[in-house]
Design a protein around this ligand. Structure first.
Ligand code: BG6
Length: 483
């Protein structure tokens, strides 16, 4: 039996995402022999590039070791480049010819196609239309299309895009990437909840006081401020990455591990989320730290020449969401994300309520917290009270700590993209965003984004914890800083 051939085509092959993420990911998967045997990679872009030039653009991000040189050469021999326009059939016909050649070389077994659109939204529609007309499988193999956000700018534009895609492809051909779904700890959420009897019975409004989902970065938007200013932190991170985490934390147990069952449950959570009130939101924008004359000063958002002087685009946002269902009514889900903060960190913090009938001196008992640290240093830890060891009677807070770096020393945790690419090869859509899911997420955030257009974000310093009002908002919703 001959192995079926596959082709992975990268549209936007000369762009930033392709060189920094997509090619390195393909290389690592290839190097570790995780891809099907007979796979070829094709880059497609408008510029006249030789394969040598394309290679030069991604090579340094691939981190090829000396001992891997031979495998690297084999990888490169499987790479090709097609120059073509995005709105003209000619290039797509060349691509189709190239794929036909792969079929001939594989004893005429039809080629499975993965098309990755690492492209700006402005050419999305053209490329997909051309693909549909010129580059589809003929029924004895499959075609899957992978797309990257932004999936529209608001509910309306997202619907236009989704309708367009639905005219061309079936839902099971569409793979909308949200790379947070590929992260180890995000994938672990379901196992923790549904694989341990201890958590699920307490996973509700009777026991949980609040859920805090945090995304912080310690760098600003330099290099991509042009894109960022059109989008802002809510579209860039909150509406997708943080909402995906929220739905996994909040959803009911799905009927099975099947992609449709899981995504059905996520959609139910989104449907139950109430409108976000402006008073439950804090937005911020970072300014430079230090004096303008100071050479080591990190510049503020608006100091960037790509950002308009009067930009009101938030680089920090906190929003408190409420899920109106039997499990969660009254429990605030606090989403918080920001650029240019004091640290780089992403985590989920489930804060339990104060114990009832406290018998210890007032204030001694801290709240139990279950923390799932997505990055850096993946960990799950439970902050809990214990007797202070020794002669005394006092209590203190301690941790039950599962740090992956010590418990799973010898396991390499794959990059999110590696896992997600493999899932596309396998045809698993569990970790990809379904059309209705996207639609409901936009329904929640579009009205808020419209209201925020008139709001001037609070300034915060590069390297700080963000606007102080955010802590205030958390306290108002019952979050307790345990220190
Ligand atoms: C991207 C956002 O989706 O995620 C970026 O556009 C952000 O603004 C990035 O920096 C964060 O991803 P990671 O995997 O580095 O946490």
């Amino acid at each position: 039996e001959e192995d079926p051939p596959y082709v992975f085509v990268v549209f936007g092959a000369s762009g930033d995402l392709a060189k920094k993420k997509i090619y390195p990911t393909l290389w690592w998967l290839f190097r570790d022999a995780l891809l099907p045997n007979n796979v070829n990679f094709v880059g497609y872009a408008r510029s006249a590039l030789s394969m040598e030039q394309l290679k030069a653009s991604f090579e340094k991000y691939c981190k090829v070791r000396e001992s891997e040189k031979e495998t690297w050469d084999r990888f490169l021999r499987k790479c090709a480049y097609v120059q073509g326009k995005y709105d003209d059939a000619e290039g797509f016909k060349c691509l189709q010819k190239l794929i036909d050649g792969m079929q001939t070389a594989a004893n005429n077994i039809a080629v499975n196609r993965l098309y990755y659109l690492a492209l700006p939204p402005s050419v999305f529609a053209d490329v997909t239309t051309q693909l549909k007309e010129n580059c589809m499988d003929k029924g004895d193999s499959w075609t899957r299309v992978i797309i990257e956000k932004p999936f529209g700018h608001d509910l309306q534009s997202s619907r236009v895009l989704s309708d367009h895609l639905a005219r061309l492809f079936k839902e099971d051909q569409l793979y909308r990437i949200d790379h947070y779904l590929g992260k180890e700890m995000v994938q672990n959420l379901m196992v923790l909840r549904f694989g341990n009897r201890i958590f699920n019975p307490s996973w509700n409004r009777d026991n949980i006081g609040s859920v805090l989902i945090t995304f912080k970065e310690d760098f600003g938007t330099e290099g991509r401020a042009g894109y960022f200013d059109q989008s802002g932190i809510i579209r860039d991170v909150m509406q997708n990455h943080l909402m995906q985490i929220l739905t996994l934390v909040a959803m009911e147990k799905p009927a099975s591990l099947n992609a449709e069952d899981i995504r059905d449950e996520k959609v139910k959570v989104l449907k139950a989320i109430s409108d976000i009130k402006l008073e439950d939101v804090v937005v911020g924008q970072y300014i430079g730290d230090g004096e303008a004359s100071d050479e080591s000063r990190r510049m503020g958002y608006k100091d960037d020449s790509e950002v308009p002087r009067d930009s009101k685009t938030p680089t920090y946002a906190m929003a408190v969401l409420h899920i109106k269902n039997e499990r969660w009514e009254g429990v605030p889900f606090i989403l918080r994300c920001g650029k240019a903060l004091n640290e780089k960190k992403a985590e989920v913090r489930v804060q339990y309520k104060q114990v009832n009938g406290d018998i210890y001196p007032a204030g001694d008992l801290k709240r139990t917290e279950l923390v799932m640290r997505v990055q850096p240093n993946e960990a799950v830890y439970l902050k809990m009270m214990t007797k202070k060891p020794g002669m005394g009677f006092g209590v203190e807070e301690t941790e039950l700590d599962l740090s992956y770096s010590s418990r799973y020393k010898d396991t390499r945790l794959p990059d999110a993209y590696e896992r997600l690419f493999l899932e596309v090869f396998m045809g698993s859509q569990i970790n990809f965003v379904r059309t209705d899911e996207l639609d409901y997420a936009w329904r929640i955030f579009t009205p808020l984004l419209e209201k925020l257009e008139k709001v001037t974000p609070t300034q915060y310093k590069f390297g700080s914890r963000g606007p102080p009002e955010a802590d205030e908002l958390m306290r108002r919703h019952g979050f307790v800083f345990t220190g």
